[in-house]
Design a protein around this ligand. Structure first.
Ligand code: FMN
Ligand code: SF4
Length: 505
């Protein structure tokens, strides 16, 4: 008899540990012999702590369960999957689960994240085994053919980046995993590391084989203690198992929480022990990256998609998606939303389907007014743009960006002038200070929007903000300063009414 309770940080924050303890205590008292497995999260965050029970027809879900509910669950016979007011039937048949294409997250919420036996029993290491049968060129071609693009923000084709590193001269190369995950409303990197860390390790091993690197680094943010502990244990176990330590090994570096350290060149500075400040490009990290060596820098989700691609074939991955956006994207639904969480789907679903059908609309029950897609540098979309499909090009054509696919929902109480001001303020706080448009422009932008909000010559000051945005877009050294105008200008374009007398009251 097996019972599964998540050990994901989101589940623990709402009492999963107490629930697990209560289940173990109650089983002992009732003389029931059961195995309690702590898994990652299925991603239905509104149902955490979620408890699942193994039955002959599949796992049956109950949630959200509190420790005080455990006695009644036992009384109802939940260990055999019996009905209970907190029951949801078979997990795989719940609409949230059934509508997904869980490729990268297939094992998350299913296996014990630290058990290599569990990992292998669920297809783990099959991609690596296939990769070992291919030449480096054939392996690179698989990644190119899969159409995999970087999931960290810019959507750059992973195969082209890997090929550049593979062909760069030099005896030592690196694979760097960007797990800084600084975007607002995003948590997929964390959930993947907490729920299936060997998938990331396997992805990095395959990348090492493809480009000829023997060393990897994971740069993980300090705000993620659970992910740090899980990855640390997974690395130690992988070394003990022999998976790591021979041809390839991975170091774990902990960032101190600066948004700019998610930008790849700042990240490299930080790993090298310096202050996280952006490096001018060229040279690209693929030519001169960590310690001046050719370096692949990829997001957690990019690397974690690789084992699936090798296991099932490039074409199988490319069969999902639309246009030039191939495969699946782990979308994160957050903010004022009824059903928030992790939803992995093929590219092509619209924002409306995700926010309304899957997410159930606003948590407050008030009308939805805006969604911000792609983190703090993403656009604010009004209702009229919600039919935009999840696709890199379609999002750009709508004036936004997909980024790391965090979707933050706002109801009609939001003030978009204040949100636009916040974009400047955020940029001012997080700017690395290297270039003037961003360092000075962000502060001047916040001051000028303050005048608009106070009703001081709003038309003239809005024009000044537009002018400033043009300078920041054109002249910033990196995308922090360069993209801050996106939330500001999208707010102005779609929610102009917030930048007038209403805001002055
Ligand atoms: C200000 C800023 C912050 C960024 N933060 C992250 C981050 O937290 N995680 C990430 O993977 N990429 C981040 N990026 C993108 C990285 O610079 C880089 O493009 C990415 O790590 C490449 O990996 P990918 O091709 O797999 O997406 C950021 C970029 C900028 C400009
Ligand atoms: S745009 Fe901002 S964060 Fe980027 S290099 Fe310039 S000052 Fe630094």
């Amino acid at each position: 008899m097996k019972i599964f309770v998540s050990r994901d940080a989101a589940a623990r924050s709402v009492g999963a540990d107490a629930v697990a303890t209560a289940i173990a205590d109650q089983a002992r008292a009732a003389g029931i012999d059961l195995t309690l497995v702590r898994t990652g999260s299925r991603g239905m965050l509104w149902l955490e702590p979620l408890v699942e029970v193994e039955t002959a027809s599949g796992r049956v879900a109950y949630g959200p369960v509190q420790a005080a509910d455990v006695a009644s669950l036992f009384a109802a016979g939940f260990v055999a999957g019996a009905a209970h007011p907190l029951g949801h039937g078979l997990t795989e048949q719940m609409p949230w689960m059934a509508r997904q294409q869980r490729l990268s997250f297939a094992r998350v919420g299913v296996i014990d994240p630290l058990s290599l036996d569990d990992y292998r029993a669920h297809g783990g290491c099959a991609g690596l085994a296939r990769a070992r049968t291919l030449s480096a060129d054939a392996l690179l071609q698989q990644i190119v053919d899969s159409g995999l693009r970087g999931r960290g923000g810019a959507g750059f084709p992973a195969g082209i980046k890997w090929r550049t590193v593979a062909h760069a001269p030099g005896p030592r190369k690196y694979i760097v995993c960007n797990a800084d995950e600084g975007d607002s409303g995003t948590f997929a990197d964390r959930m993947l590391i907490e729920g299936d860390p060997y998938a990331l390790i396997e992805g990095m091993l395959i990348a090492g084989l493809a480009v000829g690197a023997s060393r990897g680094v994971v740069y993980l943010r300090s705000e993620y203690p659970q992910a740090i502990a899980t990855l640390r244990s997974a690395l130690a176990r992988a070394r003990h198992d022999g998976l790591l330590g021979g041809e390839f090994d991975i170091d774990l570096r902990i960032g101190a929480g600066a948004y700019i350290c998610g930008e790849e060149t700042s990240l490299l500075e930080s790993v090298e022990g310096r202050r996280g400040q952006v490096r001018a490009k060229p040279p690209l990290p693929a030519h001169r990256g960590l310690f001046g060596r050719p370096t692949v820098v990829n997001n957690v989700l990019t690397l974690a998609a690789v084992p699936w691609i090798l296991q099932h074939g490039a074409q199988a991955y490319a069969d999902f998606g639309m246009g030039r956006s191939r495969g699946s994207m782990p979308v994160q639904l957050a903010g004022n939303i009824r059903h928030g969480g992790l939803f992995e789907c093929a590219f092509g679903m619209t924002l409306r389907e995700l926010v309304e059908d899957i997410g159930g609309g606003t948590l407050s029950g008030r009308p939805l007014r805006a969604v911000q897609v792609g983190g703090p540098l993403g656009a604010y979309f009004p209702d009229s743009l919600l039919d935009t499909p999840l696709d890199y090009e379609a999002m750009a054509a709508a004036g936004g960006l997909l980024g790391h696919a965090g979707i933050v929902v706002f109801d009609d109480t939001v003030d978009l002038a204040k949100q636009a001001r916040f974009a400047f303020e955020f940029c001012a706080l997080e700017s690395c200070g290297k270039c003037t448009p961003c360092r000075i422009g962000s502060t001047r932008g916040a001051e000028t929007l303050d005048k608009v909000i106070k009703g001081i010559e709003p038309e003239r000051h809005i024009e000044l903000v537009r002018d400033l945005c043009m300078v920041m877009t054109d002249a910033s050294l990196c995308a922090l300063g360069g993209l801050t105008p996106i939330p500001v200008l999208s707010a102005l374009e779609h929610f102009r009414e917030d930048f007038g007398p209403r805001a002055a009251i």
